[in-house]
Design a binder for this molecule. Structure first.
Ligand code: ATP
Ligand code: MG
Length: 324
């Protein structure tokens, strides 16, 4: 098993509120409320731990409300290397009504100043120099907080790649486009997130394959594209592969993408075959949508879900991103 690092630059505390009906402009009574430590890198860490890896989590946390994170990290058994910045981590509210309607209220996150950014770079440099604790790969996941520009993210990716570290990125918007230009080892956008970069709506299977091949040709060694129930495309030196998950009743798709990315990284660092890697990752991401939270590899029917996942190799891919 490997030592892995996840970076969450803009984590959040998720406040889930369930109520009968939300009536704006009035006093509403809640049925239940929950405050949980969230953030894509934290979700990825949960899956990596479940798959047996030794994980360090880092990024930025507000010093004034890090209690739920401390408890979550302790329960998970990950090393907490988050840098504390003055103030509070943002709180994102998710209001769920009895009829299934969900209203999200998300904050931008606390601004990260030059000194905090430099502290993170210094910590990363020291960690990469530490022969005993150097990670085998780093995952950078989620949105950027104010103060961390897409250019800063791109420069970070380039630095880590120059230091020989595999860098897996999951972000969106301008940050994704700039990240791709910095040639990370892997990216895993969904079909909406990649559309701007691709310059076309990725609604058809052909358009998606075109985009995934172009991503690989642009220098992303592990080009991943997920499309919810339609499954996953994976283009790499191993060829172009496609997987379609089994049909399941959806409870929550939050965390499906994080599960997919983590499980793919697992297969790659463990040196599993492309078929085995994509099958496990796709099945685990499908497992995650049946319930709230990330995929559980210990679900009793997980072997069955893997069998029901359809995986096929489309063909060989040349370095220009064409299918031979
Ligand atoms: N309805 C579904 N049924 C079965 N599997 C699903 C479903 N939705 C998602 N998945 C699985 O999860 C993977 C990732 O989902 P999706 O493409 O929605 O990622 P995402 O939009 O990045 O998710 P996230 O909200 O976690 O960022 C899919 O490729 C698929 O394998
Ligand atoms: Mg996603």
């Amino acid at each position: 098993m490997a030592r892995l690092l996840t970076l969450t630059l803009n984590p959040a505390l998720d406040l889930s509120v369930s109520l009968e009906r939300l009536v704006p402009g009035t006093v509403n009574r809640t049925r239940e409320t929950h405050l949980t430590a969230a953030g894509k890198g934290v979700n990825v860490a949960r899956v990596l731990v479940a798959l047996g890896h030794e994980v360090t989590v880092s990024g930025f946390l507000g010093a004034d409300n890090d209690g739920p994170f401390l408890r979550a990290f302790e329960a998970l058994g990950v090393e907490d290397a988050f840098l504390r910045v003055p103030g509070e981590t943002r709180i994102n509210a998710k209001l769920s009504e009895a009829d299934g309607q969900v209203t999200d209220i998300n904050g931008p996150g606390a601004a990260i100043g030059d000194d905090a950014w430099q502290r993170l770079l210094d910590w990363l440099a020291a960690r990469l120099d530490n022969t005993e604790r150097r990670p085998a790969a780093v995952v950078i996941a989620g949105s950027l907080p104010p103060g961390v520009t897409p250019e800063r993210l791109a420069a970070l990716i380039e630095q880590l790649r120059e230091a020989g570290l595999p860098v897996w990125v999951d972000t969106s918007g301008e940050a994704l486009d700039r990240a791709i230009a910095a040639r990370p080892t892997a990216v895993k956008p969904n079909e909406q997130e990649l559309a701007t970069w691709a310059g076309e709506a990725l609604t058809s299977a052909e358009a998606r394959l075109r985009a995934a091949l172009r991503l690989y040709a642009a220098g992303v060694e592990e080009a991943l594209l997920s499309a919810g129930p339609d499954g996953v495309l994976w283009v790499s030196a191993r060829g172009a592969w496609q997987a379609v998950p089994p049909r399941l009743t959806v409870a929550s798709t939050v965390g499906a993408g994080d599960t997919l990315l983590a499980a793919l990284l697992h297969g790659v660092v463990e040196g599993h075959t492309a078929e085995q890697t994509l099958r496990l990752a796709t099945a685990l991401s499908a497992e995650s949508v049946r319930h709230v939270g990330v995929g559980n590899p210990r679900a009793t029917d997980f072997p069955h879900l893997q069998q029901q996942t359809r995986v096929r190799r489309l063909n060989d891919v040349d370095a220009g991103g064409a299918i031979a």
